[in-house]
Design a protein around this ligand. Sequence first.
Ligand code: GDP
Length: 443
Amino acid sequence: MAFEGLSERLQAVMKKLRGKGKVTEADVKEAMREVRLALLEADVNFKVVKSFVDRVKERAIGQEVLKSLTPGQQVIKVVNEELTQLMGGEQSKLAQAGRPPTKIMMVGLQGAGKTTTSGKLARYLMKQNRRTLLVAGDVYRPAAIRQLEVLGKDLNAPVFSLGDKESPVRIAREGVEKAKQDGFDYVIIDTAGRLHIDEAMMDELKQIRDTVEPDEILLVVDAMTGQDAVNVAESFNRELGLTGVVLTKLDGDTRGGAALSVKAVTNCPIKFVGLGEKTDALEPFYPDRMASRILGMGDVLSLIEKAQEAVDAEKAKELERKMRTQTLTFDDFLDQIQQVRKMGPLEDMLSMLPGAGQIKGLKNLQVDEKQLGRVEAIIRSMTPEEKMHPEIINASRRKRIAQGSGTTVQDVNRLLKQFEDMKKMMKQFSAMAKGGKKKKRGF
Ligand code: GDP
């Protein structure tokens, strides 16, 4: 996960401060020396580091902070606020044109993730019921058009394409025209990147920009390239005037420097971050949440949003009722597994919990995806009757289920036992709950 090293180091510095009843100016200076090193090591631009540390020092050494009842906490609060500010302060939302379609032009170097991000963005907008048209304008990278078409098909998003023989300017113009005619809310134009910044690319992008007059020019950059990403952003911004940045591959082990420097160096806000190859791995960027995550204060808000997105409220209610009335079946169990899986890797979710970084061994904790897969296969090999009434699953049925699911009888036994234990536990819970109610009434 990104920011791991930086996060660990900053948390160590903050822990030292938190433990102190009295914090002196020298303590703050010492802490800031360490913060400075940690940021430089995370590949944050050195000018950005200097002004960040200066600002924190100035505010932290101020009388109110050091004389307060919890000086350590106050210094941490200052660091958190300044880190948030560094990444742009407020969340920077996607533009919305007064009259649809809102035109989004995607730019960036080859391999940064432009085509993938175009698809992700379409999915994101469509989830909010915005009709979105994708325009395949990357005529240079082999297979880019095909890639977008496949993405569009998966997502059920229409893709406008004129093949790779037409000029990108014409493709963009006609794509926007089509979006207007057909009443789309958004049109996302994937443009051609190059391996390096060159004049021909910039000229072409300028022509597209001047032709379609986009509401957003989003630069897609690879977070793994660190300072290079910041330099690329600077050039694109100077030449084209960007409205925002999408930082991809933040799921890799990038040190995080780009995320912390882009806004300060280019004054362009990060609007989204890419956290994986799949189309659902795109999140709006919230500077405050990211700062809290880096400082180990957790990001409970994002966790709740993820849960809300994955869990169907109606299903949750139904499950609660079944637990209460002890009528849980294997179908419900399967449903549960699938809902949890939708939330993404458990590891990522845990990293959003406050203080998670300090729990030893958490890093080594990985959900056994294979094990979950086995459980799913076993349940799918049961007959509807067996799922409803597992007590009828005798020895020969167990053998059949194991064979059908490519597992062993031991695996099947283990699952049946777990299910039984779970039911027993629910019985106890509901007995306790009933007992509690009776008692209350008795008083
Ligand atoms: P383009 O040349 O800029 O259009 O780049 P692509 O969209 O083809 O992406 C290049 C590679 O990066 C592909 O293998 C993508 O799957 C991968 N990629 C894109 N975004 C992410 C991300 O957020 N995380 C990870 N891990 N991979 C990504």
